[in-house]
Ligand binder design. Structure first.
Ligand SMILES: O=C(O)CCC(=O)C(=O)O
Ligand SMILES: [Fe+2]
Length: 333
């Protein structure tokens, strides 16, 4: 069995007849069962938009730290604005002790929100407002366009997911009305000192939501995915191809038919120097925060009872976000 990520082309998919969509959906189904990850090409997100987003992200991370800290992420709610070094330790979200991840980031979320659905009982602030840096000048417009492109690609993928799961093609549409998806620009700088024992660019974790669309630069110290046999393989990609993986909510929905798989970002070899500077654009697609996530109707039956207790989408994510910040709380105490 090959253990590399499969590449699936979405060329012409939007206007394709159902039979053709079914064939692509079957390939996606196979990859999500096997690895929980695949690569998409011909996805119709313009290469120029990807390049421009990388360019404004790079210019933002190049700003002086004090300027970035002016829009530092608030302590509670969905992370928005600047995520400084040391804020997040992804290994904690799977219950393992670790030093913080070696990265900084910028997070933003929905562009308009129906406030009537925006606050979930018992959760602090779910649809946290966006904050934007003053510089670079084209940052807000470019990042906004990229976010819109991710919303569009998500719709195409969710249709294929529904077909792959023998559901009506539009099954997920209303479930993603007032979605709370986060776009995160992530910067992994070249190391300026050896990592602490157990410290990675991003510790091993699973993603929390429905699916993730990742554009990661192919640099030393990149994304690694765990195989069913427990090895780590490098998820190497061409410049404008996306890595798609599902998160915990999709695994719960599918009753574990699809795998929300462990992945991490490795440290570069020290001799890689400046060449190991890496950016990634991670779009974490989440459904409506108030939605109860429970086994899909086509994923249980006699001999296959639902394996997970229902959980509200926003609640699961918030629990994970709080775990990821545990190091910060310990340091503050
Ligand atoms: O930067 C990457 O390649 C992956 C990052 C990631 O997995 C995450 O932030 O959840
Ligand atoms: Fe991840």
């Amino acid at each position: 069995m090959t253990e590399a990520l499969a590449e699936i082309s979405l060329a012409g998919i939007a206007a394709a007849p159902l039979a053709e969509k079914r064939a692509v959906a079957a390939r996606i189904d196979a990859e999500l069962r096997r690895l929980g990850f695949f690569v998409v090409s011909d996805h119709s997100v313009p290469s120029a938009l990807i390049d421009e987003t990388i360019a404004v992200a790079t210019a933002f991370f190049d700003l002086p730290l004090a300027e970035k800290m002016r829009i530092r992420s608030a302590a509670q709610g969905s992370p928005r604005g600047y995520l400084d070094y040391g804020l997040e330790t992804l290994a904690h979200t799977t219950g393992r002790a670790s030093p913080p991840d070696l990265k900084e980031g910028f997070g933003m979320g929905p562009l308009e929100v129906n406030t009537e659905r925006a606050v979930i009982e018992g959760l602090a602030a779910t649809y946290t407002p966006n904050v934007w840096p003053e510089r670079p000048p084209r940052f807000r417009g470019t990042v906004t366009r990229y976010y819109r492109a991710m919303e569009g690609l998500t719709q195409r993928l969710m249709e294929l997911f529904a077909i792959g799961m023998d559901l009506p093609p539009d099954y997920f549409v209303e479930r993603f009305a007032d979605h709370n998806s986060t776009l995160r620009l992530i910067h992994y700088p070249p190391p300026d000192r050896p990592p602490e024992p157990g410290q990675l660019r991003a510790g091993a974790h699973t993603d929390y939501g429905a699916l993730t669309i990742l554009l990661g630069q192919d640099r030393p110290g990149g994304l690694q995915v765990r195989t069913p046999s427990g090895e780590w393989i490098e998820a190497r990609t061409r410049p404008h191809a996306f890595v798609i993986n599902i998160g915990d909510l999709m695994m719960t929905w599918s009753n574990d038919r699809w795998l929300s798989n462990m992945h991490r970002v490795a440290n570069p070899p020290p001799e890689a120097g400046e060449a190991s500077r890496r950016l990634s654009l991670a779009y974490f697609c989440n459904p409506n925060d108030a939605l109860r996530i429970e086994c899909l109707p086509t994923c249980h039956g006699p001999g296959n009872p639902p394996r997970h207790a229902p959980i509200r989408a926003g609640e699961h994510r918030f629990r994970k976000i709080e775990m990821s910040k545990a190091a910060l709380r310990a340091a503050d105490a």
